[in-house]
Design a binder for this molecule. Structure first.
Ligand SMILES: *Cc1c(COP(=O)(O)O)cnc(C)c1O
Length: 222
């Protein structure tokens, strides 16, 4: 299968209202160009350096999502370059993004990363921690950052029920925050879950943004 046919097939398979992020990390700009030509406009990268190298070599109407662990010393370079930072995994990082965004005179859109998977990643907010953050209304201190929703990953396992339970746990936190009218959040509407191996389950559990790399581009190249 080619990049073109995978993109077209995914666009046909995804239900209405579910957007596709083509995860192009570790693949060359030629691969991005082929996906772009097939109609893809949303791309995901997980390293700041790689993203900054690709941006000037790619069409300017691409929307870039940052999906990797963001080190605090890279924040300043990233601000203003993304349509969405999906992987805010600590309050410290969020505050830094906010400060740098204000300084640069831009508003940065972000998702809060929720940690539910057993072993996959040490990054992210535990569900209770995230609920507490919102209940304490600390988001009201943000000046130049818009929290648009949550992102999360399921355990890397063949156990489909385990994967489903992980996605459900992420969706539960998302809905608890979104549907809490006392919080009065606006534009909190994005739930990013699902990768090459598990996106259909993620969509069944309510995802409206899937991040697919390997299925589109093949095994990563460097
Ligand atoms: C690499 C990556 C993906 C894509 O994973 P595939 O299994 O290649 O589809 C999705 N989300 C995040 C956060 C990633 O780092």
């Amino acid at each position: 299968m080619s990049i073109t046919s995978e993109i077209k097939e995914l666009h046909a398979e995804l239900p209405e209202g579910v957007r596709l992020v083509a995860v192009s990390k570790f693949h060359p700009v030629e691969a991005v160009a082929e996906a772009y030509a097939a109609g893809q406009r949303l791309f995901g990268e997980s390293r700041v350096q790689e993203l900054l190298q690709k941006i000037p070599l790619c069409p300017s109407d691409i929307q870039w999502h940052f999906i990797g662990h963001l080190q605090t010393n890279k924040v300043r370079q990233l601000i203003g370059k993304t349509a969405l930072i999906e992987s805010v995994d600590s309050e410290r990082l969020l505050e830094l993004i906010d400060r740098e965004s204000e300084r640069a005179g831009v508003v940065t859109r972000v998702l809060m990363q929720v940690h539910v998977a057993r072993e996959e990643t040490k990054f992210g907010f535990w569900p209770e921690e995230l609920l507490d953050y919102f209940k304490a209304r600390r988001f009201e201190n943000l000046k130049a950052t818009h929290i648009c929703g949550v992102m999360g990953m399921a355990s890397n396992t063949d156990d489909v029920e385990r994967v489903r339970a992980d996605f459900r746990a992420i969706a539960d936190v998302f809905l608890a925050i979104r549907d809490d009218s006392e919080l009065g959040l606006r534009g909190f509407d994005t739930i990013s879950m699902g990768m090459s191996g598990d996106w259909p389950i993620a969509v069944e559990e309510g995802s409206n943004l899937v991040r697919v790399g390997t299925r589109i581009f093949g095994l990563r190249q460097y």
